[in-house]
Ligand binder design. Structure first.
Ligand code: AMP
Ligand code: MG
Length: 416
């Protein structure tokens, strides 16, 4: 096969443009609220009523008229309201009503005196004393939670496009809503290829290595809000590669790992071509050069296929640059890119082959609050520790041969 120079490779931007343009927001589905955690909301949720829906007590104590309060004065106890009960009794001069947290404030009362400020203790039975002595006065309005204090009727509770989290689920549930419209999760078929690979948990024979990439990427796919269908490892044998697309037709994206380079056993590009076509192969970047992007037709449906290079760091960096953004885009998320900052490099970076490089760095701040990018000592594309150590990718431009320690580079922050 003809060897390739950098002129055959497309730029990262060009590759992103081609890939991103093929994916759009997926359909909306109805989901039980209790199962909606981690989905993107596809509707605006408005307050169906004022929340709280009534003025209520913030404490267990006595509902009173503030004007009646004096230290060491006794008030007549006229009854009791629990959190569930509603009373139409109107509190009159020198009267008090036993009231529990969350109970509606009876008419006439304007303040709540907690038990602790009186001579009364909580009484479990119905035989509570009919007088109460006030030991400590509260301010007018104290211990009353006003209706609509949390949300006013009609107000936006959750904006369209928000990521649903436990607090949001609670806020929606407060209005009695039990179902929400969300964007369905993208489904990704993830397939590792390689004669040498064995699943973690199985016995390793001579010459074999564990399939670490599919574990890392499966987690990365789930962290991006998508559903990962992990397929069985494929060997590099042609008859096995021919089975690559089995059970993939319902996926939104097929991601393979390995077998896409120029090795004797690299059959992924042939597999794509046999069922569809390749949009491009080869990006002017390091690590991650031999990424292939194409589409195949399965059961009359077009499914996109990204063939990632097998080296762990290459596949991870490519996931960050090309796959995470489309998983977010499919969920209707507007901002699909990681945050970028500028940081001073802690040690020289050499970049002699004219490709854009993504160095694994750990971002810290110096005393003046400037970002410092600590460059990991080993930048090999097989070095997993470089990813474990790092929280950023420092971008060294294509034709910049050396970045000197102290120079500034743009850095993609890998963790939110
Ligand atoms: P390939 O792209 O298939 O030539 O693989 C390049 C390198 O990455 C080889 O050393 C493979 O053994 C390694 N590799 C490929 N796939 C995986 C994987 N799923 N997990 C860990 N290492 C892998
Ligand atoms: Mg391989």
């Amino acid at each position: 096969m003809k060897s390739r120079d950098n002129n055959d490779l497309i730029s990262v931007e060009n590759a992103q443009e081609i890939i991103f343009s093929k994916f759009k927001k997926l359909q909306s589905i109805q989901k039980k609220l209790i199962d909606s955690n981690g989905f993107i909301l596809d509707e605006e949720i408005n307050a169906l009523f004022d929340l709280p829906n009534k003025n209520n007590s913030a404490m267990d104590g006595f509902a009173v008229r503030h004007d009646d309060l004096e230290i060491n004065k006794s008030l007549r106890v006229v009854g009791r309201v629990g959190a569930e009960s509603v009373t139409d009794y109107v509190i009159k001069k020198d009267e008090a009503m036993r009231i529990m947290t969350g109970s509606g404030i009876p008419k006439g009362a304007d303040s709540v005196v907690p038990f602790e400020n009186t001579n009364n203790n909580p009484h479990k039975g119905d035989d509570f004393p009919d007088v109460v002595l006030i030991n400590e006065i509260v301010n007018k309005g104290d211990n009353i939670r006003l209706s609509g204090q949390d949300y006013k009727f009609g107000e936006i509770v959750v904006e369209n496009g928000m990521l649903i989290d436990p607090a949001i689920i609670g806020a929606i549930a407060s209005f009695g809503v039990n179902e929400v419209n969300v964007i369905r999760k993208p489904i990704v078929s993830l397939i590792s290829t390689g004669n040498e690979l064995v699943m973690p948990g199985e016995k390793l024979n001579e010459g074999q290595i564990y399939d670490s990439n599919s574990f890392a990427l499966s987690a990365a796919i789930s962290s991006s809000g998508a559903e990962c269908k992990m397929h069985k490892i494929l060997s590099d044998k042609k008859e096995d590669v021919d089975k690559l697309y089995e059970n993939c037709s319902r996926s939104d994206l097929i991601v393979t790992i390995g077998g896409v380079s120029k090795g004797d056993f690299d059959l992924i590009r042939d597999a794509i071509s046999s069922k569809g076509n390749i949009d491009f192969w080869g990006i002017n970047m390091k690590p991650g050069k031999p990424l292939a992007f194409g589409q195949v037709v399965l059961n009359n449906k077009k499914v996109f296929h990204i063939g990632l290079p097998g080296n762990p760091v290459s596949s991870y960096v490519c996931f960050e640059l090309f796959i995470r953004p489309i998983l977010l885009k499919m969920q209707g998320i507007k901002n699909i890119h990681r945050k970028k900052i500028r940081a001073k490099i802690s040690s020289d970076i050499f970049n002699n082959d004219g490709r854009r490089s993504y160095s694994r760095v750990s971002i810290k701040k110096d005393k003046e609050n400037n970002y410092i990018a600590d460059v990991y000592k080993n930048q090999g594309s097989n070095i997993f520790s470089s990813l474990v150590y790092s929280n950023g990718l420092a971008i060294c431009p294509e034709n910049c041969k050396v970045i000197k320690s102290g120079d500034e580079l743009e850095v993609i922050l890998l963790k939110d």
